[in-house]
Design a protein. Structure first.
Length: 454
């Protein structure tokens, strides 16, 4: 009997050991099944989440509550910007986030708590309905390349109900342009993302994520200097504003527009260095004026034209045109006075001014031979100045002191002398203006090259 009990105890040990092994294997298999999610589980989860789900109603159990939608904008590139029409064409990625209470609750009760992330087609779930307020052409934020791309687009959900969707879009928005400082103009283009639900169903928000990053493709004409993001909402309206600031790259425009105008102006100021006797001064000045006018007619196609206000460059071109016209007018006056009859009397005021410009003393004793020589039509300004210098030296001698009282020994000023004095004044003014303008342009161009090549 003792032997029988001993044998039974020995046979129970392997049975209990095998039972423990079976239980351990079963528990391991059960754990492995719960921790791994297969294709069938994901498909069953999709079907379970879509049960009694409405893509029209907001994803809130309390429909009077608003959905906080976080919107981020990543600017891919500024394709084109036309400052006259104020239309900016850009490519961007919209990153939209919100929390879906319906998905969260259904997921929690589904039993598939081992699955953390799933993807559901965009056409099957609720999406925030948002618009671009200042859009130039009818287009949606949700854009698709094709029907296949539309069917393959999805919303990513987490087990906590957090939803995220990324949309790529090419849009056109209207901007308010200011061309006062053209070609150094800077423009602010707002991208106003709004929702206009009849009740406060959506509340838009934006984060501090940089809109412009290292992946933004640069534009050949415009530089994106900075971006400002602001939020605004009230009871029935919510808005997120992305302000893109564009500054023009002016080196090309300065080289091809400003520089030729400056060159023509500088050369035009040298017109008074052409001798009057050559007869080429008037043709030289009028040729430069016509050259400037022809150049401006070709430039008008490039210059932006708006009704807001004139740019400083337009004012500069207009002043340069007036300056060239005044130079031609001065040339005509000097030629007219130079060839005016010597028999006509010169007013005393012009005599004193002419004597002051040509020589300091108010009276210069000149003999009769010199007077007749000065009044000959072939006497140029250089010979005239030499004669005045000679006669001035004679006044310092004692032999000529008493002869200064004689009327015949006082200098005679004719209209050719007035023309020479006026020519000297205009030459001085245009030379000073030309040198100053040239130096200002050189300094401006060097500063521009340093600033926009950094």
């Amino acid at each position: 009997m003792f032997y029988h009990s001993k044998m039974s105890s020995n046979t129970d040990k392997p049975k209990s050991l095998s039972m423990c092994i079976l239980l351990f294997v079963a528990s391991v298999m059960n754990i492995s099944e719960t921790e791994s999610s297969g294709y069938d589980d994901a498909q069953n989860l999709h079907a379970f989440l879509m049960t009694n789900y409405s893509r029209i109603l907001t994803p809130r159990f309390n429909q009077s509550e608003s959905v906080d939608v976080i919107l981020d904008l990543f600017l891919n590139s500024v394709i084109d910007f036309h400052p006259v029409s104020g239309i900016m064409t850009f490519s961007a990625a919209f990153n939209i986030k919100w929390r879906d209470e319906i998905i969260e609750s259904t997921w929690r009760n589904s039993g598939y708590v081992d699955i953390n992330v799933t993807k559901i087609g965009m056409h099957n779930v609720w999406l925030p309905k948002i618009y671009i307020q200042n859009i130039a052409s009818i287009a949606s934020v949700y854009q698709f390349l094709s029907t296949l791309d539309s069917e393959m687009s999805y919303v990513t959900y987490e087990r906590t109900g957090e939803a995220i969707v990324t949309c790529l879009a090419v849009l056109q928005t209207t901007c308010k342009t200011v061309l006062t400082y053209y070609p150094l103009d800077v423009h602010t283009c707002n991208i106003n993302v709004v929702t206009i639900d009849a009740y406060p169903g959506i509340k838009l928000q934006a984060t501090d994520v940089d809109v412009v990053n290292n992946y933004t493709y640069p534009n050949s004409e415009w530089t994106i200097s900075s971006v400002v993001t602001t939020n605004w909402d009230d009871d029935n309206f919510s808005e997120v504003n992305f302000a893109v600031i564009l500054s023009r790259k002016p080196v090309f425009f300065v080289t091809n527009l400003v520089f030729p105008v400056m060159i023509i102006t500088v050369v035009n100021g040298l017109s008074f260095f052409v001798p009057i006797e050559s007869g080429e001064r008037l043709s030289f000045g009028t040729s430069l004026l016509l050259m400037l006018i022809v150049f401006l007619t070709t430039v008008l196609e490039v210059l932006p034209s708006t009704d807001n206000e004139l740019s400083y460059f337009n004012i500069f071109v207009f002043l340069e045109l007036i300056y060239s016209c005044l130079i031609v007018l001065g040339i005509i006056i000097t030629i007219f006075l130079y060839h005016r009859s010597t028999t006509k009397k010169v007013p005393n005021v012009l005599k004193r001014i002419t004597l002051f410009i040509l020589k300091r003393p108010n009276t210069l004793p000149i003999d009769v031979y010199t007077i007749s020589y000065l009044n000959t039509p072939n006497t140029d300004s250089t010979k005239m100045m030499d004669l005045y210098d000679q006669e001035y030296d004679k006044t310092n001698s004692g032999n000529q002191k008493n002869s200064a009282k004689n009327e015949d020994m006082t200098p005679k000023v004719n209209w050719r002398d007035v023309s020479i004095a006026l020519d000297k004044i205009l030459r001085t003014i245009t030379t000073f203006f030309t040198v100053c303008l040239f130096l200002i342009f050189i300094v401006f161009y060097v500063w521009l090259s340093i600033k926009y090549t950094e």
